[in-house]
Design a protein around this ligand. Structure first.
Ligand SMILES: NC(=O)C1=CN([C@@H]2O[C@H](COP(=O)(O)OP(=O)(O)OC[C@H]3O[C@@H](n4cnc5c(N)ncnc54)[C@H](O)[C@@H]3O)[C@@H](O)[C@H]2O)C=CC1
Ligand SMILES: O=C([O-])CC(=O)C(=O)O
Length: 356
């Protein structure tokens, strides 16, 4: 049976409703409320997330949209940003959200940013090490760092993409080449190691994890993740069995999630939580708040290595002060030696990716 003219008209109306005009999908920056009076940026900081449509990027976009210190939030990815942007932009919080899709919009995404958070890149599957991601993620981090050097050379950079032990040196080398390198502004995100350490230590002690602070130093992969259980606050002591259990669980927390997800990726929700916590600390530092201390993988003279994660004090200039390791016990000194050996190779691999 042929549809009547009226039925055809109704079907056309319905279909237009289901498939919104293609224009928005072609140019996601038109998703910004350009015709509205709200422009954002009057006060607060401008933050970009690169890799915003991914497993970490999406919940991180949600958490940064909730952060009252953020006035403008730019969401950049090579896929799916129109949808994520439309979704997050409906939250009735202060930040104005704009989406950017594909390499040709990278410069617009980055221009004017105060803080750039990078969770772009492939995650692990069971059986892989973080270093196995180097082949793909090294190139992604290089391209994004080149964009930062060109469009927002003074932004604070929070680098999440693995292997962090190599991607931070890669970004540093790109910035050096461009003549924009400021070691205080490039921070590898190791907050998830601290978040896990606080959680696991609190479980063992039977206390609230929010009351526990465990410094985790070194890097962000296997034995390079070195929890300093002798320096836990508030002060406490552990049996040798507890120390072995906790060190092993903290060092392999990422693998625990990768195996549980069984091929569907690595930590995303706890990572977004950790990244949002760290980004908030960076923004409070930028605002000039005093006494903001977090662990981060940064350019450092604490050991013989050019990069190392320790406690750093965050301020207007980024990582303004890098704290020494403090007193280590024999177990931790042995762990430090192992960490340094592996870290040296990972750092060198990142440096020579750009230099050679
Ligand atoms: N530092 C840390 O503690 C942690 C780091 N990670 C790392 O974070 C990275 C991302 O993990 P997931 O979000 O789970 O992965 P995912 O695959 O879910 O998301 C990654 C996103 O990056 C995007 N992307 C790929 N190439 C890009 C490019 N050139 N420019 C912009 N975006 C690009 C993808 O389209 C995707 O949306 C991985 O390398 C993972 O190993 C994960 C957990 C913890
Ligand atoms: O384990 C992974 O591949 C992701 C990661 O870095 C973490 O969860 O700590």
């Amino acid at each position: 049976m042929q549809p009547t003219a009226e039925t055809s008209r109704r079907l056309a109306r319905l279909s237009a409703h289901i498939h919104p005009p293609a224009l928005e999908m072609k140019d996601p920056s038109t998703l910004s409320p350009s015709a509205c009076r709200a422009k954002g940026g009057a006060s607060g900081f401008k933050v970009a997330i690169l890799g915003a449509a991914g497993g970490i990027g999406q919940p991180l976009a949600l958490l940064m949209k909730m952060n009252p210190l953020v006035s403008v939030l730019h969401l950049y990815d090579v896929v799916n940003t129109p949808g994520v942007t439309a979704d997050v932009s409906h939250m009735d919080t202060g930040a104005v959200v704009r989406g950017f899709l594909g390499q040709q919009q990278l410069e617009n995404a980055l221009t004017g940013m105060d803080l750039v958070i990078i969770p772009a890149g492939v995650p692990r599957k069971p059986g892989m090490t973080r270093d196995d991601l180097f082949k793909i993620n090294a190139g992604i981090v290089r391209t994004l760092s080149e964009g930062i050097a060109k469009c927002c050379p003074h932004a604070i950079v929070n680098l999440i993409s693995n292997p962090v032990n190599s991607t931070v040196p890669i970004a540093a080398e790109v910035f050096k080449k461009a003549g924009t390198y400021d070691p205080k502004r490039l921070l590898g995100v190791t907050t998830l190691d601290v978040v896990r350490a606080n959680t696991f230590v609190a479980e063992v002690l039977g206390v609230d994890p929010r009351e526990v602070n465990v410094p985790v130093v070194g890097g962000h992969a296997g034995v390079t993740i070195l929890p300093l259980l002798s320096q836990v606050k508030p002060p406490c002591s552990f049996t040798p069995e507890e120390v072995n259990y906790l060190t092993d669980r903290i060092q392999n927390g990422g693998t625990e999630v990768v195996e549980a997800k069984a091929g569907a990726g690595s930590a995303t929700l706890s990572m977004a939580f950790a990244a949002a916590k760290f980004a908030d600390a960076c923004l409070r530092g930028l605002r000039g708040d005093a006494g903001i201390v977090e662990c981060s993988f940064v350019a450092s003279q604490v050991t013989q290595l050019p990069f190392f994660a320790t406690k750093v004090r965050l301020g207007r200039a980024g990582a303004e002060e890098i704290f020494p390791l403090g007193p280590l016990n024999e177990y931790e000194r042995a762990g430090l030696e192992k960490a340094i050996k592996e870290l040296a190779l990972s750092i060198e691999k990142g440096v020579s990716f750009i230099r050679n």
